[in-house]
Design a protein around this ligand. Structure first.
Ligand SMILES: [Zn+2]
Length: 162
């Protein structure tokens, strides 16, 4: 049950938990109460000294609300980072697997084959990470260039591919 819940959470649009939302609400409410109280008290005072004291309370209210918002943003940022890492892991693992498969000698000896796919503006070595796991078709370098594609900056950087 816990697994399916976290799986569900992974696909929600909001990277915050309910507890964090409650804490955000409490911090902002406390800050707002302090600010309103300070405003009310300062406007009812004639003595400068007590006005300053209540002004300080108002500043404290701003700080409390700000701290709550910072905590909330940091929690969201941390969660997004976690989600990015967990989402990238299977993709990287698959890419690494394809890479080793691609580097292994194939029956037609096509280790350094130049490939590209539908809608791509560049052609790559078959072992390039940019085409890992994508549907690609091989062609000669001349064929790729004739199709208006340029060599990949990553895998064909030094004019390799010949
Ligand atoms: Zn490439």
């Amino acid at each position: 049950v816990r697994d399916s819940l976290s799986e569900e959470h992974r696909h929600t649009a909001v990277p915050w938990r309910v507890g964090e939302l409650v804490s955000l609400y409490c911090f902002n409410l406390a800050g707002l109460v302090l600010i309103l109280l300070a405003w009310f008290q300062v406007s009812g005072q004639v003595d400068l000294g007590s006005q300053m004291r209540w002004l300080n309370a108002g500043v404290a209210g701003v700080i409390v609300a700000g701290a709550g918002n910072v905590l909330w943003l940091m929690a969201g940022r941390r969660r997004v980072g976690e989600l990015c890492r967990s989402a990238a892991r299977p993709v990287l693992a698959r890419a690494a697997r394809n890479r080793t498969v691609a580097n292994a000698p194939t029956p037609d000896g096509a280790v350094g084959q130049l490939v590209s796919g539908q809608g791509m503006t560049r052609f790559h070595r078959r072992s390039c990470l940019f085409v890992a796991g994508k549907p690609v078709t091989p062609a000669s370098e001349r064929g790729h260039i004739a199709a208006g594609r340029r060599p990949c900056d990553a895998c064909l950087a030094s004019g390799a591919g010949q």
